[in-house]
Design a protein around this ligand. Structure first.
Ligand code: ADP
Ligand code: MG
Length: 259
Protein backbone atom coordinates (compact mmCIF):
# COMPACT_ATOMS: atom_id res chain seq x y z
CA UNK A 1 0.00 0.00 0.00
CA UNK A 2 2.22 2.77 -1.30
CA UNK A 3 -0.47 5.45 -1.12
CA UNK A 4 -3.20 6.15 1.43
CA UNK A 5 -5.75 5.63 -1.34
CA UNK A 6 -4.59 1.99 -1.67
CA UNK A 7 -5.86 1.28 1.84
CA UNK A 8 -9.56 0.58 2.35
CA UNK A 9 -9.88 3.08 5.16
CA UNK A 10 -12.67 5.22 3.74
CA UNK A 11 -12.91 8.85 2.78
CA UNK A 12 -13.14 10.36 6.26
CA UNK A 13 -10.07 8.55 7.53
CA UNK A 14 -8.14 9.48 4.40
CA UNK A 15 -9.06 13.11 4.91
CA UNK A 16 -7.86 12.84 8.51
CA UNK A 17 -4.52 11.53 7.31
CA UNK A 18 -4.02 14.27 4.76
CA UNK A 19 -5.19 16.99 7.12
CA UNK A 20 -2.65 15.69 9.66
CA UNK A 21 -0.11 16.69 7.01
CA UNK A 22 0.83 13.12 6.05
CA UNK A 23 1.48 12.54 2.36
CA UNK A 24 1.99 8.78 2.19
CA UNK A 25 2.19 5.74 4.45
CA UNK A 26 5.56 5.22 6.14
CA UNK A 27 7.36 2.03 5.00
CA UNK A 28 6.26 0.11 8.09
CA UNK A 29 2.65 1.20 7.61
CA UNK A 30 2.76 0.31 3.91
CA UNK A 31 3.70 -3.26 4.79
CA UNK A 32 1.84 -3.73 8.10
CA UNK A 33 -1.55 -2.55 6.87
CA UNK A 34 -2.25 -5.21 4.21
CA UNK A 35 -0.98 -7.99 6.51
CA UNK A 36 -3.03 -6.80 9.48
CA UNK A 37 -6.09 -6.25 7.30
CA UNK A 38 -5.60 -9.79 5.98
CA UNK A 39 -6.32 -10.97 9.56
CA UNK A 40 -2.79 -12.19 10.19
CA UNK A 41 -0.97 -12.10 13.50
CA UNK A 42 1.95 -9.79 13.07
CA UNK A 43 5.27 -8.79 14.60
CA UNK A 44 6.41 -5.49 13.22
CA UNK A 45 9.84 -4.21 14.16
CA UNK A 46 10.83 -0.74 12.99
CA UNK A 47 12.77 2.13 14.43
CA UNK A 48 11.34 4.71 16.78
CA UNK A 49 9.47 7.45 14.95
CA UNK A 50 8.53 5.28 11.99
CA UNK A 51 4.78 5.57 12.50
CA UNK A 52 4.11 2.22 14.14
CA UNK A 53 1.15 3.54 16.15
CA UNK A 54 -1.03 4.11 13.10
CA UNK A 55 0.49 0.92 11.71
CA UNK A 56 -1.65 -1.02 14.18
CA UNK A 57 -4.41 1.43 15.09
CA UNK A 58 -5.91 2.02 11.66
CA UNK A 59 -6.25 -1.68 10.72
CA UNK A 60 -7.61 -2.39 14.21
CA UNK A 61 -10.24 0.34 13.87
CA UNK A 62 -11.10 -0.90 10.40
CA UNK A 63 -11.43 -4.56 11.35
CA UNK A 64 -13.65 -4.26 14.39
CA UNK A 65 -16.84 -6.20 14.12
CA UNK A 66 -19.73 -3.80 13.79
CA UNK A 67 -22.26 -6.08 15.49
CA UNK A 68 -23.97 -4.73 18.56
CA UNK A 69 -23.28 -6.43 21.86
CA UNK A 70 -25.86 -7.34 24.44
CA UNK A 71 -25.68 -5.20 27.56
CA UNK A 72 -23.02 -6.72 29.79
CA UNK A 73 -22.16 -6.14 33.44
CA UNK A 74 -18.76 -4.85 32.40
CA UNK A 75 -17.63 -3.10 29.21
CA UNK A 76 -16.26 -5.44 26.55
CA UNK A 77 -13.68 -3.68 24.38
CA UNK A 78 -12.83 -5.15 20.98
CA UNK A 79 -9.24 -3.91 20.94
CA UNK A 80 -6.71 -3.70 23.75
CA UNK A 81 -3.38 -1.96 23.23
CA UNK A 82 -0.81 -2.57 25.97
CA UNK A 83 1.97 -0.02 26.37
CA UNK A 84 4.76 0.20 28.97
CA UNK A 85 4.25 3.68 30.42
CA UNK A 86 1.59 6.25 31.08
CA UNK A 87 3.28 8.63 28.59
CA UNK A 88 3.24 6.09 25.80
CA UNK A 89 -0.31 5.01 26.53
CA UNK A 90 -1.37 8.66 26.42
CA UNK A 91 0.42 9.20 23.10
CA UNK A 92 -1.30 6.19 21.55
CA UNK A 93 -4.60 7.38 22.95
CA UNK A 94 -4.10 10.86 21.47
CA UNK A 95 -3.23 9.43 18.06
CA UNK A 96 -6.18 7.04 18.27
CA UNK A 97 -8.65 9.69 19.36
CA UNK A 98 -7.91 11.66 16.19
CA UNK A 99 -8.88 8.78 13.92
CA UNK A 100 -11.40 6.76 15.94
CA UNK A 101 -14.49 8.84 15.08
CA UNK A 102 -13.97 8.19 11.36
CA UNK A 103 -14.44 4.50 12.13
CA UNK A 104 -17.22 4.82 14.66
CA UNK A 105 -14.78 3.65 17.36
CA UNK A 106 -14.27 5.01 20.83
CA UNK A 107 -10.94 4.94 22.68
CA UNK A 108 -10.13 5.17 26.35
CA UNK A 109 -6.87 5.14 28.25
CA UNK A 110 -6.10 3.42 31.58
CA UNK A 111 -2.82 3.71 33.47
CA UNK A 112 -1.57 3.44 37.02
CA UNK A 113 -0.76 6.35 39.29
CA UNK A 114 -4.07 8.05 38.57
CA UNK A 115 -7.46 7.50 40.22
CA UNK A 116 -9.46 4.61 38.79
CA UNK A 117 -12.76 6.41 38.96
CA UNK A 118 -12.36 8.49 35.77
CA UNK A 119 -10.95 5.53 33.87
CA UNK A 120 -13.80 3.26 34.92
CA UNK A 121 -16.23 5.94 33.79
CA UNK A 122 -14.47 6.19 30.42
CA UNK A 123 -14.58 2.40 30.09
CA UNK A 124 -18.32 2.43 30.66
CA UNK A 125 -18.71 5.01 27.92
CA UNK A 126 -17.17 2.63 25.36
CA UNK A 127 -19.71 1.17 23.01
CA UNK A 128 -19.60 -1.92 20.79
CA UNK A 129 -16.49 -0.65 18.97
CA UNK A 130 -14.44 0.10 22.05
CA UNK A 131 -10.65 0.36 22.13
CA UNK A 132 -8.69 0.39 25.40
CA UNK A 133 -5.10 1.60 25.61
CA UNK A 134 -3.63 0.51 28.93
CA UNK A 135 -0.53 -0.18 30.96
CA UNK A 136 -0.38 -3.85 32.03
CA UNK A 137 -0.61 -3.31 35.80
CA UNK A 138 -3.66 -1.08 35.66
CA UNK A 139 -5.44 -3.32 33.17
CA UNK A 140 -4.93 -6.30 35.50
CA UNK A 141 -6.40 -4.32 38.38
CA UNK A 142 -9.43 -3.42 36.28
CA UNK A 143 -9.93 -7.01 35.12
CA UNK A 144 -9.70 -8.29 38.68
CA UNK A 145 -12.16 -5.65 39.86
CA UNK A 146 -14.45 -6.80 37.00
CA UNK A 147 -14.51 -3.31 35.55
CA UNK A 148 -13.64 -4.64 32.12
CA UNK A 149 -14.32 -7.95 30.41
CA UNK A 150 -12.08 -9.15 27.57
CA UNK A 151 -14.30 -11.98 26.35
CA UNK A 152 -15.13 -10.15 23.12
CA UNK A 153 -11.63 -9.01 22.35
CA UNK A 154 -10.82 -9.21 18.64
CA UNK A 155 -7.39 -7.62 18.53
CA UNK A 156 -4.63 -7.52 21.14
CA UNK A 157 -1.68 -5.18 20.51
CA UNK A 158 1.56 -5.24 22.48
CA UNK A 159 3.21 -1.94 21.65
CA UNK A 160 6.85 -1.35 22.61
CA UNK A 161 6.91 -5.00 23.57
CA UNK A 162 10.69 -4.89 24.08
CA UNK A 163 10.38 -2.10 26.64
CA UNK A 164 7.51 -3.79 28.44
CA UNK A 165 9.74 -6.83 28.92
CA UNK A 166 12.71 -4.66 29.97
CA UNK A 167 10.52 -3.01 32.57
CA UNK A 168 9.54 -6.36 34.03
CA UNK A 169 5.93 -6.45 32.85
CA UNK A 170 6.07 -10.02 31.60
CA UNK A 171 4.11 -11.51 34.55
CA UNK A 172 1.36 -8.89 34.20
CA UNK A 173 1.17 -9.40 30.44
CA UNK A 174 0.96 -13.16 30.89
CA UNK A 175 -1.79 -12.72 33.47
CA UNK A 176 -3.81 -10.64 31.05
CA UNK A 177 -3.30 -12.92 28.07
CA UNK A 178 -3.76 -16.18 29.97
CA UNK A 179 -6.83 -15.22 31.95
CA UNK A 180 -9.86 -17.28 31.10
CA UNK A 181 -11.97 -14.59 29.41
CA UNK A 182 -9.31 -13.79 26.82
CA UNK A 183 -10.07 -15.38 23.43
CA UNK A 184 -7.36 -17.89 22.45
CA UNK A 185 -4.75 -17.32 19.74
CA UNK A 186 -6.43 -17.96 16.43
CA UNK A 187 -9.73 -16.62 17.78
CA UNK A 188 -8.18 -13.20 18.27
CA UNK A 189 -5.62 -11.30 16.23
CA UNK A 190 -2.38 -10.34 18.00
CA UNK A 191 0.10 -7.66 16.96
CA UNK A 192 3.48 -6.94 18.52
CA UNK A 193 5.14 -3.68 17.59
CA UNK A 194 8.61 -2.83 18.74
CA UNK A 195 11.87 -1.10 17.87
CA UNK A 196 13.97 -4.19 18.68
CA UNK A 197 13.32 -7.92 18.87
CA UNK A 198 15.19 -9.38 21.85
CA UNK A 199 15.12 -13.06 22.72
CA UNK A 200 12.54 -12.72 25.53
CA UNK A 201 10.18 -11.15 23.03
CA UNK A 202 10.63 -14.07 20.66
CA UNK A 203 9.56 -16.44 23.43
CA UNK A 204 6.54 -14.30 24.27
CA UNK A 205 5.68 -14.18 20.57
CA UNK A 206 5.73 -17.96 20.34
CA UNK A 207 3.25 -18.16 23.22
CA UNK A 208 0.87 -15.39 22.24
CA UNK A 209 0.81 -15.27 18.45
CA UNK A 210 -0.55 -17.72 15.94
CA UNK A 211 1.19 -18.41 12.61
CA UNK A 212 2.50 -14.88 12.63
CA UNK A 213 4.27 -12.83 10.03
CA UNK A 214 7.52 -11.23 11.13
CA UNK A 215 8.25 -7.92 9.54
CA UNK A 216 11.23 -5.66 9.99
CA UNK A 217 11.83 -2.34 8.31
CA UNK A 218 15.31 -0.83 8.33
CA UNK A 219 18.11 -1.79 10.66
CA UNK A 220 16.59 -3.21 13.83
CA UNK A 221 17.35 -1.07 16.86
CA UNK A 222 18.57 1.99 14.98
CA UNK A 223 17.28 5.44 15.87
CA UNK A 224 15.14 7.69 13.70
CA UNK A 225 17.12 9.93 11.32
CA UNK A 226 16.10 13.01 13.34
CA UNK A 227 18.00 11.62 16.32
CA UNK A 228 21.77 12.07 16.61
CA UNK A 229 23.39 9.57 18.92
CA UNK A 230 26.71 10.39 20.60
CA UNK A 231 28.55 7.93 22.75
CA UNK A 232 30.93 9.03 25.45
CA UNK A 233 32.65 6.71 27.88
CA UNK A 234 32.87 8.03 31.46
CA UNK A 235 33.41 6.38 34.83
CA UNK A 236 30.22 5.90 36.84
CA UNK A 237 31.10 8.53 39.47
CA UNK A 238 31.99 11.10 36.80
CA UNK A 239 28.66 10.79 35.03
CA UNK A 240 26.78 13.68 36.74
CA UNK A 241 29.64 16.13 36.05
CA UNK A 242 30.08 14.96 32.49
CA UNK A 243 26.33 15.28 31.93
CA UNK A 244 26.19 18.80 33.40
CA UNK A 245 29.18 19.88 31.30
CA UNK A 246 27.53 18.47 28.21
CA UNK A 247 24.20 20.15 28.91
CA UNK A 248 25.78 23.54 29.53
CA UNK A 249 27.68 23.20 26.24
CA UNK A 250 24.42 22.77 24.26
CA UNK A 251 23.59 25.64 21.98
CA UNK A 252 19.87 24.92 21.76
CA UNK A 253 17.74 26.36 24.51
CA UNK A 254 14.70 24.47 25.73
CA UNK A 255 14.04 21.39 27.77
CA UNK A 256 16.25 18.34 28.14
CA UNK A 257 14.93 14.90 28.93
CA UNK A 258 17.35 12.63 30.79
CA UNK A 259 16.73 8.89 31.02
P1 ADP B 1 6.80 4.85 16.49
O1 ADP B 1 5.71 4.22 17.31
O2 ADP B 1 7.21 3.99 15.34
O3 ADP B 1 7.96 5.31 17.31
P2 ADP B 1 4.84 6.91 16.07
O4 ADP B 1 3.71 6.04 15.71
O5 ADP B 1 4.85 7.47 17.45
O6 ADP B 1 6.23 6.17 15.81
O7 ADP B 1 4.92 8.07 14.96
C1 ADP B 1 5.86 9.09 14.98
C2 ADP B 1 5.27 10.35 14.37
O8 ADP B 1 5.02 10.18 12.97
C3 ADP B 1 3.94 10.75 14.99
O9 ADP B 1 3.95 12.13 15.24
C4 ADP B 1 2.93 10.41 13.91
O10 ADP B 1 1.77 11.23 13.98
C5 ADP B 1 3.71 10.61 12.64
N1 ADP B 1 3.22 9.82 11.49
C6 ADP B 1 2.52 8.65 11.54
N2 ADP B 1 2.23 8.23 10.29
C7 ADP B 1 2.76 9.13 9.42
C8 ADP B 1 2.79 9.23 7.99
N3 ADP B 1 2.24 8.32 7.21
N4 ADP B 1 3.45 10.30 7.45
C9 ADP B 1 4.03 11.24 8.25
N5 ADP B 1 4.02 11.19 9.62
C10 ADP B 1 3.41 10.15 10.20
MG1 MG C 1 5.50 3.62 19.22
Amino acid sequence: MAAFADAPFGAVALRNLTSAGFSAPTPTQAISWPLALGRRDLISVAKTGSGKTLGFLLPAFHLLGAHAVAPAPAPRPKVVVLAPTRELATQIYDEGAKFAPAYGCRVCCCYGGAPKYQQVKALRALHSRGVVVATPGRLNDLIEARKVDLSELEILVLDEADRMLDMGFEPQIRRIVCQEDMPQTGARQTFMFSATFPREMQILAGDFLDNYIFLTVGRVGSACKDVTQRFQFVDGRDKPDALMRYISSLEESGLTLIF
